[in-house]
Design a protein around this ligand. Structure first.
Ligand code: MD6
Ligand code: FE
Length: 216
């Protein structure tokens, strides 16, 4: 029943090394998909999705919220981790246990035992939304990996290199895919191409991405 909406291509490997230290585990989140989506809804009830503004003044096309003891935020003052939701002044909701379990298990399978995240950024893409090429470098210690969980509509992930101008590889991320990413490629540039229109049985016209981090 929980695998009802599995979109994993059975001809592709279950495990794919995208770069040194970056491991794609296809379909790894499918077994927990219903619980994960209920938890996303509970987080969004406490801390609603919003479109943040970049330091340069651009409204981000992906809607975002957070859970954990810190949440990633951007505004005219810059990018940072904040202990409270700037919209409400309240602490971010706690990271749901189902997120923590999946993150720790996937990280261990990818070669990162003992991963205990303290922050989770939740991105929601409607058709037409994208995420420009970036590095994740607001965390205190790059020795920890990041675990990313994709749900709903498929996306094309761009995976580059240490320099912004490095060539990018395009990887399709499907509903239920998990990437555990650290080590030598932890600071590689990456982004998400403009989401194509579609209607997914689990999420409707949306893609949800969770990125679990050790931020503090
Ligand atoms: C996304 N993901 O898939 C955006 N960052 O919607 C990220 O930006 C990301 O997947 C760091 C590590 C893994 C990621
Ligand atoms: Fe990122």
């Amino acid at each position: 029943m929980d695998d009802l909406f599995g979109d994993t291509d059975p001809t592709l490997p279950e495990r794919d090394e995208l770069a040194p230290g970056a491991v794609l585990l296809r379909g790894r989140a499918l077994a927990a998909q219903a619980e994960l989506l209920r938890a996303v809804a509970a987080v969004a009830e406490a801390a609603p999705f919003r479109h943040m503004v970049t330091p340069g003044g651009f409204r981000m096309s992906a809607a975002m919220t957070n859970c954990g003891s810190a949440g990633w935020v951007t505004d005219r003052k810059g990018y940072r981790y904040a202990p409270a939701d700037p919209e409400s002044g309240r602490p971010w909701p706690a990271i749901p246990a189902v997120f923590l379990r999946l993150a720790a298990d996937a990280a261990a399978e990818a070669g990162y035992p003992g991963f205990l995240p303290d922050a989770c950024l939740v991105n929601r893409y409607a058709p037409g939304a994208k995420l420009s090429l970036h590095q994740d470098r607001d965390e205190a210690d790059y020795d920890h990996p990041i675990v990313s969980v994709s749900l709903g509509l498929p996306a094309t992930f761009q995976f580059g290199g240490p320099k912004r101008a490095d060539p990018v590889r395009r990887i399709r991320l499907e509903h239920g895919d998990v990437v555990a990413w650290g080590g030598p490629s932890r600071l590689f540039h990456h982004g998400v191409l403009t989401l194509k229109d579609g209607d997914h049985p689990a999420t409707g016209r949306a893609r949800i991405n969770l990125t679990l981090r050790k931020a503090l």
